[in-house]
Design a protein around this ligand. Structure first.
Ligand code: ASP
Ligand code: MG
Length: 413
């Protein structure tokens, strides 16, 4: 008998029929003798809708009220799901984030978990009841206000509960059947990976793979929580990520190709090439909470250099404001923005020890007429910024060249 945390995403509980299917699955898991904690996200696109409403009623909605509003989405979903569980004869109890013991800091819309006092979850479990916890929410210790953990925060809720309860696995139910060698919408031959390492999953989520939420993967790795990313539509076994899989996974050099079309590129020209100038620019960006990703600085010509960096497109305006106001102060030239970029990345634990991966990547892009505008590398990844219109072609070509679709699928567990 195992203790299983099951997190259901928005599409998994998108309507009442889906809620019933989820309830059946929870019941099935219980019948197999397991204890289950359910974490639920808001139904369908409800979170987006609530954010839209707030924008209609106010230009600057107070953070406290935003969190009160957004967490209502999960609260509605958890109550309905608990009713569906009662309907299939399961004792269940819904719990808000604060009832479930999620103590956070007071950073509205991006609250950090400080502690999980999981007494009520434990009590429910020992009474044979299924706790159904609202995802992505908590209560600030100082202010006692309701807090929202941020977009994708329900994954973090689930992983945190799994960590605190030392659950056997945290199952992340979503609308895809696991982690793929490339986005199956772009690459029909993309293959589901039966297992992968935390490092590779982190690198995938950092380079554009939308699920699971990167913060949750990081949390799972730091606390040794086994993850199983799987479908709430087919219920088949998906992709496992476990501590002991580190390095011992599929012995491929390259595991996946990811892409990201959510970033934009900013270029500041003729930046004086002196100590402290780049520091001022990037400190100012950080102070405005602009998340800079890739940075490229050219060799200097006559004492100045061009600096380009990428930022999430929704932070582009803030990034431009910072760069524009700082450029004259630091004696730089023009600032320009380019929204027509995308990033394509190769992920693979084996590239550390295998030379030639970058060369093959660049040759493949060249052969397909894709120009590389920026390059960055990590221990287990290489990313290139290319024209947005060319990213599909780049992903398909790289998936082909590295034969990611060829290997046989490992049997699931
Ligand atoms: N419903 C919230 C969102 O969409 C939280 C979550 O699903 O993780 O961001
Ligand atoms: Mg969601």
């Amino acid at each position: 008998m195992a203790l299983i945390v099951q997190k259901y995403g928005g599409t998994s509980v998108g309507d009442i029929d889906r809620m019933r299917e989820v309830a059946d699955h929870v019941a099935r898991t219980r019948r197999h003798g397991n204890d289950v904690v359910v974490v639920v996200s808001a139904m369908g696109k409800e979170t987006d809708e609530l954010i839209r409403l707030a924008g209609e009623v106010s230009h600057t909605p107070p953070g406290r009220e935003m969190d009160m509003l957004i967490t209502a989405g999960e609260r509605k979903a958890m109550a309905l799901l608990t009713m569906a569980l009662a309907d299939v004869g399961l004792a269940a109890v819904s719990l808000t984030g604060s009832q479930a013991g999620f103590m956070t800091d007071a950073t509205h819309q991006n609250a950090k978990i400080l502690e999980v006092r999981a007494d009520r979850i434990r009590e429910a479990l020992s009474a044979g009841t299924v706790p159904v916890v609202g995802g992505a929410q908590g209560m600030a210790t100082e202010t006692r206000d309701v807090t929202f953990l941020g977009r994708g925060g329900s994954d973090t809720t689930a992983v945190a509960i799994a960590a605190v309860l030392k659950a056997d696995v945290c199952e992340i139910y979503t609308d895809v059947t696991g982690m793929f060698t490339a986005d199956p919408r772009l690459v029909p031959g993309a293959r589901r990976m039966a297992r992968m390492s935390f490092d590779e999953m982190l690198e995938m989520t950092a380079t554009g793979c939308p699920k699971p939420a990167m913060r949750a993967v990081e949390f799972a790795r730091n606390h040794g929580v086994a993850l199983h990313v799987r479908s709430a539509f087919t219920w088949e076994s998906g992709t496992w990520v476990k501590d002991e899989e580190e390095g011992a996974m599929e012995q491929a050099i390259i595991s996946a190709v990811t892409h990201d079309t959510s970033e934009a590129k900013v270029t500041v020209t003729r930046v004086p090439d002196r100590p402290g100038i780049a520091a001022r620019l990037f400190r100012a960006l950080a102070d405005r909470d602009v998340n800079v990703d890739m940075i490229v600085q050219n060799t200097s010509v006559q004492g100045t250099t061009d600096i380009s960096f990428t930022v999430p497109r929704r932070e582009l305006r803030a990034g431009l404001e910072v760069a524009n106001s700082l450029a004259p102060e630091i004696g730089a030239g023009e600032v320009s923005a380019d929204e027509d970029v995308a990033r394509v990345s190769l992920i693979g634990a084996g590239m550390k020890t295998n030379p030639g991966v970058a060369a093959t990547m660049f040759e493949t892009l060249a052969a397909n007429g894709v120009n590389i505008e920026m390059i960055s590398t990590s221990a287990i990844g290489i990313s290139c910024v290319v024209r947005a219109g060319e990213v599909e072609r780049a992903v398909q070509a790289l998936h082909d060249v590295f034969e990611l679709g060829e290997t046989t699928v490992e049997a699931g567990r």
